[in-house]
Each structure stands twice: as structure tokens, then as C-alpha cells.
Design a protein around this ligand. Sequence first.
Ligand SMILES: Cc1cc2nc3c(=O)[nH]c(=O)nc-3n(C[C@H](O)[C@H](O)[C@H](O)COP(=O)(O)O)c2cc1C
Length: 388
Amino acid sequence: MRATEIREGIYWVGAIDWHIRNFHGYTTNRGATYNAYLILDEKVTLIDTVKEGFSGELLERISDVIDPAKIDYIISNHVEMDHSGALPAMVRACPNATIITSAPSGLKGLSAHYGNLNYKPMKTGDSLNIGRRNLTFVTTPMLHWPDNMVTYCPEERILFSNDAFGQHYATSERFDDQTDLAVAMEEAKKYYANIVMCYGRQAAAAWNVVHELGLDMIAPSHGIIWRSHIDTIMDAYKRWSANEPESGAMVVFDSMWHSTEMMAKTIAEAFADKGVSVKLYDLKNTHRSEIVPEILERKYIAVGSPTLNNQMMPEVAAFLCYLKGLSPKNRKAFAFGSYGWGGQSIGQVEDELKACGFEICLDKIRVNYIPKKEDLKAITEQVERLFD
Ligand SMILES: Cc1cc2nc3c(=O)[nH]c(=O)nc-3n(C[C@H](O)[C@H](O)[C@H](O)COP(=O)(O)O)c2cc1C
């Protein structure tokens, strides 16, 4: 396995996880990469490691350019195990290395995971001279763990951005201009929605700092490296972190016997008839991590569930729980569903939508058993009135 030179003396030495399809509950249909970068300078520096189980691949790629024992610094931009899992193996292979981490949270987090190693904590603005290059550290707390930081090399105008700007996308290509940009952007959007969205305020603050740097390259810890389409990904992050979609709708439901499904289709049609772009998702067929990216660009969210044993459907509950955690802002929402007798699910869905902080823009829509033509007509009129 070979290293890929991304700039003179700077190599990608990460691992490609072609087969992973579930990353802590997030579907990764295109696999993933764990990116690590090796800088050859007076002090040999490794930026991030890889997930445990891929340390052999990391060591093989490093060995393609240098004896790993010569590494002086291992920079750990983020404690999470997809970036630090190979740290124990690296410490064994590079006995003289100092581990650079953020202060205080990186130090605390790495110590909790790996015990007492040779750590050197850094604060925002601290720099490390490694020879003809300097590396400057900027902590980015809660983007998306307390310990996160990014590493900037001013001489190369490269930002090693860790999870920011990443995508779960296994490819043999390393750069944005070597692969299909639409796919990279789709995966970047999915990554932002599932991992970063709940920290939109921090993302917007980080965006302002990164924007000033005039970068040649953004080298994240997952997926392809941005060099030809930096503006495209920066513009998308600005839009997503603003969290203020102007239009668009999505209808998300589960259904046992198709009544709630009929209501969902009617609601979707009503949005479309009003010229509002709409997406319809059946939670039986689409995983929640594939639905949430759509929320980034949509203002209206309608969620439907029939009543099952006095409750909403478990898939709907899981979706709403996930959504609440991701906390999209400035959305309008309403609940709907079919029921047999008590019909508690629809109120439960509405309560959860309120708990998400959404404005309830329509009274909950309830239909007893199978919707009749008049019920569906009434639903259409209710939704259309939103735009009168
Ligand atoms: C296993 C089961 C449990 C149900 N429990 C309730 C219930 O507790 N309260 C209620 O109002 N309706 C209950 N129902 C009735 C459904 O909510 C009703 O049939 C509804 O029309 C189903 O909508 P759907 O076609 O979208 O699945 C239950 C139905 C089934 C199959």
C-alpha cells in the first residue's frame, strides 16, 4: 500500500474502509476513509491516525516514504476513535513521538482512552515549528466534540480540518477534481447533516475564521481533499450553518395498513401543487440518516404516524429522537396520522415536533381508520391554506 503525495513532502497515508455500511448508526453506503497526513520536514509529523483495525494499513503507507520510528510528532486533532484508534499502535511504532492534542479537552479525552502517553497540549494560536514549516492550532470546541481542533500550515496554505468538510466516501482518488463533484457534495451534505448540524453556531464561527485564510487545500479526516472546489464546499457550509431555508417541504411517515401513507401522499401533492418542492419518505424504506440531509434545505416538515398500542410507531419515534438531537432551527412543522380508537400517536408526534423547537404551522391532522375522499380533500385544503 502506497502513500499519495498531495504536496511536495506531504503525503496522504490514511486507510480506505470500502465495506463499512454503518458508522455509529449513520448509513455509509459509499464506505469511508480515515485520512492521516505525513509531513516530511526537520521534524517528521503525522496528522491524525486511523480507526483501530487499520493501523497496519497506516503503517504500511507511512513505511512507503519513511521509517515510522522517525516520526517526531503525532498531531491528534480529534479524540474520537476513527482518528485515534491507531494511536497505541503508532506509539509502539514511533517511540520518540510527542502527541500533540488540544488543551484541555484533547488531553483529557486521549488520557481517558489511552492512558498516560507523551502528550503536549496546545491552545488556539499555539504553533509548532517543524523545520521550514509551521503548524498553527485552532481549537474548535463542540465541532463536534469538546476536544476538536484543526491544524493550519501557513507556508502551504493547507488546513487539516479533521471532521469539518469531511464526507464518508471511499475512493481510490484523493482530490475533489478527480472524482464526481456531485457525489462528493452529496456525501459532504449528508456528513454535515448527521454530524455537524447540531453545532451550526460553532460551524458558522469556524467558517468566518477559515474564510479569511485564503486556502489552497482543505484536507479533512474523511473523504476527498478539497483543492479545486474550495468555494463550492465553503458556500455550502455557509448556507447549511445559517440554518434558515426559505422554502421546500418534506413529509416523513410510517404506516402499517397504508392509511397514514395515503395522508402523506396527499400532503406531499398539496405542497407540490403550491409550487413547493417536496420529498416524501417512508421510514420503513429509508434510514433516518438519509432523510436528515434534506432538512438542510427545507422549511416545512410534516411527520405522520398511525397509533400502535397507544404509541407512535417506533421508527417515527426514532426519527424524531434523532432529529431533536440534530436540532435544525427555523422550521415549520405539523403532525398527522390515522388511528383506530385512542389515536394518541398524532399528539405525541406534535409534542415531539414542538420539543424540536419547530413552529407548529398546522393543527394536527387525524383520520379515523381509512381516509375517505372528503378527508383527503380537507387535508389538501388545509395544507394549501398555508400558502394563501
Ligand atoms: C397492532 C395494532 C395496534 C393498534 N393499536 C392502536 C391503538 O392503541 N390505538 C389506536 O387508536 N389505534 C390502534 N390501532 C389501529 C390503527 O392505528 C389503525 O388501524 C390505523 O388506521 C392504521 O393506520 P395505517 O394504515 O397508517 O397503519 C392498532 C392497529 C394495530 C394493527
